[in-house]
Write a protein that binds this ligand. Structure first.
Ligand SMILES: NC(=O)c1ccc[n+]([C@@H]2O[C@H](COP(=O)([O-])OP(=O)(O)OC[C@H]3O[C@@H](n4cnc5c(N)ncnc54)[C@H](OP(=O)(O)O)[C@@H]3O)[C@@H](O)[C@H]2O)c1
Length: 231
């Protein structure tokens, strides 16, 4: 397949790109500042802002599927990147007859998401971090989901829980709407997205993904997710 990965130099984008190349796909990697991507005969790198329709059209033309893992650094300022990129990508895909779209959103977008055996998360971290500190991001993700749902494309919205780094694909759940789990390894998120391209279990629906085999430690989470260099 010819797969476009948007946000390809981010940590989930790199997983998507690497796993897709390993599976024998051709990847067009889109990012504003391409970096950290492997050299590969089946990899085309395009420097483009995904919110700019004219810039991403050449990347999307001729693709079989577009997978988006772009993201912004959470802040209290209004966020528009997710919805603007969704609008530009949907427009470019419709113009070029590309039908299959998968975008990374968040479990937080499912109002029924309440992971089991996670009292501290459900009563302290989720209400404060997700609903207050990262509220602007989730508001724009909601607009992104609305743009995608309103399109006539063959879409799947992908909702991971708290992302963390793990070197390999492990056991994970996929579920309608959101998955029962606090954490999702990026390797598992990418694997679930690539499998969904083949299996088409969640057409025009949201697919939750949660890792069941491993959990990040607190030190790892702070080092990799809170203290990591700016995107
Ligand atoms: N952190 C969590 O716990 C969590 C939980 C659920 C969902 N999510 C969501 O999961 C997604 C992936 O997260 P992640 O941590 O792997 O990646 P990320 O660090 O949030 O960002 C991925 C990449 O998006 C690219 N990007 C940003 N704006 C762009 C634009 N206008 N055009 C093209 N590329 C753009 C950036 O690369 P360039 O600067 O090179 O363009 C960045 O490296 C994000 O949407 C995130 O919000 C995160």
């Amino acid at each position: 397949m010819r797969i476009v990965v948007i946000g390809a130099s981010g940590p989930t984008g790199r997983q998507l790109t690497g796993q897709a190349l390993a599976a024998g796909h051709h990847v067009t990697a889109v990012s504003r500042r391409p970096r950290g991507l492997p050299r590969h005969d089946d990899l085309t790198v395009v420097a483009a802002d995904a919110t700019d329709p004219a810039a991403i059209e050449p990347a999307v033309a001729g693709a079989d599927a577009v997978l988006s893992a772009l993201g912004v650094t959470p802040s209290r300022k209004p966020v528009t990147t997710y919805s603007a990129a969704a609008t530009a990508v949907v427009t470019a895909m419709r113009r070029h007859g590309v039908r299959r779209l998968m975008v990374v959103s968040s479990s937080v977008l499912d109002p029924a998401w309440r992971p089991s055996n996670a009292f501290f998360f459900n009563h302290v971290l989720d209400p404060y971090v997700n609903r207050v500190l990262v509220r602007q991001v989730h508001q724009d993700m909601r607009r992104m989901e609305e743009v995608i749902r309103a399109s006539d494309l063959d879409w799947t919205v992908v909702r991971p829980s708290g992302l963390f780094e793990h070197p390999t694909v492990t056991d994970h759940l996929v579920a309608d709407g959101s998955a029962d789990g606090v954490f999702t390894a990026r390797a598992d998120l990418a694997a679930a997205m690539l499998r969904e391209l083949d299996e088409r279990r969640f057409p025009r629906r949201a697919m939750g993904v949660a890792t069941t085999a491993v959990k990040p430690g607190l030190v790892q989470l702070v080092r990799d997710e809170v203290l990591r260099s700016p995107r």
